[in-house]
Design a protein around this ligand. Structure first.
Ligand code: EPU
Length: 422
């Protein structure tokens, strides 16, 4: 197992190029199941989660060629519709194959993903929506067995709660359904928008893209032919580098980023004293000597993203004054708090609200990564902690950050990947 050794105190400078968005790439890869022809996807991030989903496609019988951030996927040869526990237990986003497999083949078995470090993360809303579209669902032996021998039927789906993965699964299912599906209270994340645009370019009429109500006219079982699709820039990776600049009082430039997608992070950073020069897909951040505290509440897009909560917590730890951070999406997404406190942070937690008192200094220590974004908060803290911070269990980071230590080293950080002594 690898760990990251960070020697804090270096300021950053220069430019960093943002990779494709993991959370946009995953549903797009799942959507290729809706086609029997080869599909080319470009700008895929080089992260473990992408390789896991591509592996799942090959286990189903699809063929995948993947190198240099480009995948050529041909799912014409799929011979199995069973997504096994071995893969789904590694990555819960594997549940995204449920909608497209059921839509194309009329039946599938997908292992139940179970909970994870940030919360229980049920899939009840995905299943309820598929049932409304005529699927018969049975949970047995840890698997979702889904059947729709006559094909899925269009339906009006009203999500009780906004769900990104649920919206994506139902958009994919509805694309091949008989009749029209309306999704009310749909997620509006840029990743959902890209999925809808890809399916719409393949000839499926989708109204309301980017809004909270989507209307999808299904093809009645006819498979799709996709154009080559370039994955959008990763807004969370971009936000994380902005936070890296802010916490180290640095000026850096991000390339290949969509500023609109990270507006809430930019607004919060401005309120903390950072300034921005924005030109097309380039953002330069100038950071102050001392950050002001921040108050934020995580919400669905276009609100402040839960995937940036941990990184802003790291900034708040180092700000002058007291910040309040409220997590509304996941019930257990504060695993980084105790690790940040081990570095000398002063964070007090009550339920889903954290009160963060800024401290003058952090001291390097051994800390443990618990989930993807919590891990990146520890990296940010490590960049400013005095002495050495060793971050263990970094396989979480490898799931979602493309070459984090390479990009940070190029910006001037002292960060090295090392092997644990066993
Ligand atoms: N929920 C339910 N029932 C469902 C589905 C969701 O109760 O059937 C709840 C969840 O438990 C959670 C809330 O609804 O409390 C929102 O969950 P959502 O379904 O929107 O999340 P997701 O699709 O599982 C995606 C991202 C997450 C990101 C969330 C929220 C991917 C692959 N994952 O998860 O990203 O935090 O949306 O924006 O797109 C990450 O990248 O680190 C990550 C966790």
């Amino acid at each position: 197992m690898d760990y990251l050794e960070i020697k804090g105190g270096k300021s950053l400078s220069g430019e960093v190029t943002i990779s494709g968005a993991k959370n946009a790439a995953l549903p797009i890869i799942a959507a290729t199941i809706l086609s029997e022809k080869e599909v080319t996807l470009t700008n895929l991030p080089n992260v473990v989660d992408i390789r896991t989903l591509l592996k799942l496609l090959t286990m189903l019988g699809g063929t995948v060629e993947y190198h240099d951030n480009v995948a050529k996927i041909n799912n014409g040869s799929i011979s199995s519709t069973k997504a096994v526990y071995e893969i789904v237990s590694k990555m819960r986003a594997s549940i995204l194959v449920l909608g497209p497999l059921l839509a194309r083949f009329g039946e599938c078995d997908v292992s139940l993903p179970g909970g994870c470090a940030i919360g229980q993360r049920p899939i009840d809303l995905h299943l309820k929506a598929l049932e409304a579209m005529g699927a018969q669902i049975e949970i047995k032996g840890g698997y979702v067995h889904a059947n729709a021998p006559e094909g899925l039927k269009g339906a009006k789906i009203i999500f009780d709660k906004i769900t990104v993965g649920g919206t994506e699964n139902i958009v994919m299912a509805a694309a091949l359904a008989h009749g029209t599906t309306t999704i009310v209270n749909a997620a509006r994340e840029p990743e959902v928008v890209q999925l809808c645009e890809m399916i719409s370019k393949a000839g499926v009429k989708i109204d309301g893209i980017g809004s909270d109500e989507l209307t999808i006219e299904g093809t009645g079982g006819k498979v799709l032919e996709f154009e080559e699709t370039e994955v959008i820039p990763d807004r969370i990776e971009a936000g994380t580098y902005l936070c890296a600049a802010a916490i180290t009082h640095s000026t850096i430039t991000l390339n290949k980023v969509n500023p609109e997608h990270i507006q809430t992070s930019i607004d919060k950073l401005e309120s903390m004293g950072c300034r921005f020069d924005i030109e097309n897909d380039r953002i330069t951040i100038h950071s102050p000597e001392a950050l002001k505290p921040v108050n934020l509440t995580t919400l669905e897009y276009p609100g402040f993203p839960t995937d940036m909560q941990a990184q802003f917590m790291a900034l708040a730890v180092f700000a002058k004054g007291e910040s309040i951070i409220e997590e509304r999406l996941f019930e257990n997404r504060f695993m980084h708090v105790s690790e940040l406190n081990r570095l000398g942070a002063d964070i007090w937690l009550k339920g889903n609200i954290a009160a963060v008192k800024g401290v003058e200094r952090l001291n390097g220590a051994d800390v443990m990564a618990t989930d993807l974004r919590a891990s990146s908060a520890l990296v940010l803290a490590g960049l400013v902690a005095e002495g050495t911070t060793n971050i263990h269990r970094i396989y979480h980071l490898d799931r979602g950050y493309d070459d984090l230590e390479g990009k940070l080293s190029a910006l001037g950080a002292d960060i090295t990947r090392k092997k644990e002594q066993s």
